[in-house]
Design a protein around this ligand. Structure first.
Ligand code: C2E
Ligand code: MG
Ligand code: MG
Ligand code: MG
Length: 285
């Protein structure tokens, strides 16, 4: 290969990286305006108790609806929001909106809110949570903060102190995407999580390899012996539902028992409490 050819190739990569950076920068600029333009909304995905088959809560999932971009997936904009620090202000909007929506639901239906690692480095997080609860009138027991293992890597003791402060007032805390981050069982010893959410990659793998099933079973057992609930994420089929029930998970959240939906649809689902089995039947799943 000639030197010139190599240089050409390099230029090509350089150009591609440049384009990627420009795309990110463009997202950042639009994202900076998104809060003021009220472009964010929350979708709510049902969480189902396997013992009763009742919907017992919803997870709030952030959506960005931009005039030019359409509906942007969180996978695309949350990393940019984290890199730029915008996630702190956006996260505060999520907390306040989710608490307000949940306060209109019948008791004791709960709401799960995702917190990004960066929000834990903001000195005002505890105050923001308490103020979102006070302004909405939502009982603290009905708010469940979802944090990932990655939020605990840095300043572990400071994050745990903050979580303890919130837990003391009654707020619940769950560990999200359990098993995919810098997993450390030591975290489970340091903080009494209310719930372990088993990452959907393990649920998805269950049909294909016995290891995934063994991991789901082990996490369900670990949760049970630590007094923590266990939610299997990403359950899409009846077979997966049967399998995770067999492995001993206490809760399920996935397309099979309900897709993320608009706040109005979540409310409608609750005003007419039906067992998930009926919903499934109705939707012809
Ligand atoms: P997560 O917290 O683990 O949320 C679950 C994700 O799995 C959601 O994706 C949900 O739509 C999707 N999901 C649920 N059931 C199924 C299923 O049966 N099959 C499949 N294929 N997917 C399923 P979504 O809404 O795209 O959110 C992705 C991630 O973005 C979330 O993962 C969370 O880490 C992050 N995120 C969402 N909203 C917020 C937020 O308000 N703040 C922060 N910091 N992160 C958020
Ligand atoms: Mg989550
Ligand atoms: Mg998750
Ligand atoms: Mg996830």
């Amino acid at each position: 290969r000639s030197k010139a050819e190599g240089r050409g190739r390099f230029r090509f990569f350089e150009q591609e990286m440049d384009e990627q950076m420009q795309a990110r920068r463009a997202i950042e600029l639009d994202l900076r305006r998104a809060l003021a333009l009220k472009e964010f909304e929350l979708a709510y995905q049902p969480q189902v108790d396997l013992a009763t088959q009742d919907v017992v809560g919803f997870e709030a999932l952030l959506r960005w609806r931009n005039a030019a971009r359409g509906l942007v997936s969180p996978a695309e904009f949350i990393p940019v929001a984290e890199e730029t620090g915008l996630i702190v202000a956006i996260g505060e909007w999520v907390l306040r909106t989710a608490c307000r929506d949940a306060a209109s639901w019948p008791e004791p239906i709960s709401v799960g809110v995702n917190l990004s690692p960066l929000q834990f480095r903001s000195p005002t997080l505890a105050q923001t949570v308490l103020s979102a609860l006070a302004n909405s009138g939502l009982a603290p027991e009905r708010l469940e903060l979802e944090i990932t293992e990655n939020a605990l890597i840095e300043d572990t003791d400071a994050v745990i102190a903050l979580l303890n402060r919130l837990r003391d007032v009654g707020v619940r805390v769950s560990m999200d995407d359990f098993g995919t981050g810098y997993s450390s069982l030591a975290y489970l010893q340091k903080f009494p999580f209310d719930r372990l959410k088993i990452d959907q990659s393990f649920v998805r793998g269950m049909g294909e390899n016995p290891e995934a099933g063994a991991i789901v079973r082990a996490v369900a057992a670990l949760g049970a012996s630590l007094g923590m609930k266990t939610t299997a994420e990403g359950v899409e089929t009846e077979e997966q539902l049967a399998a995770i029930r067999l492995e001993g998970c206490t809760h399920v959240q996935g397309y099979f028992t309900g897709r993320p939906m608009a706040a109005a649809d979540a409310s409608a689902l609750l005003t007419q409490p039906r067992r998930v089995a009926e919903i499934i039947e109705e939707e012809g799943l």
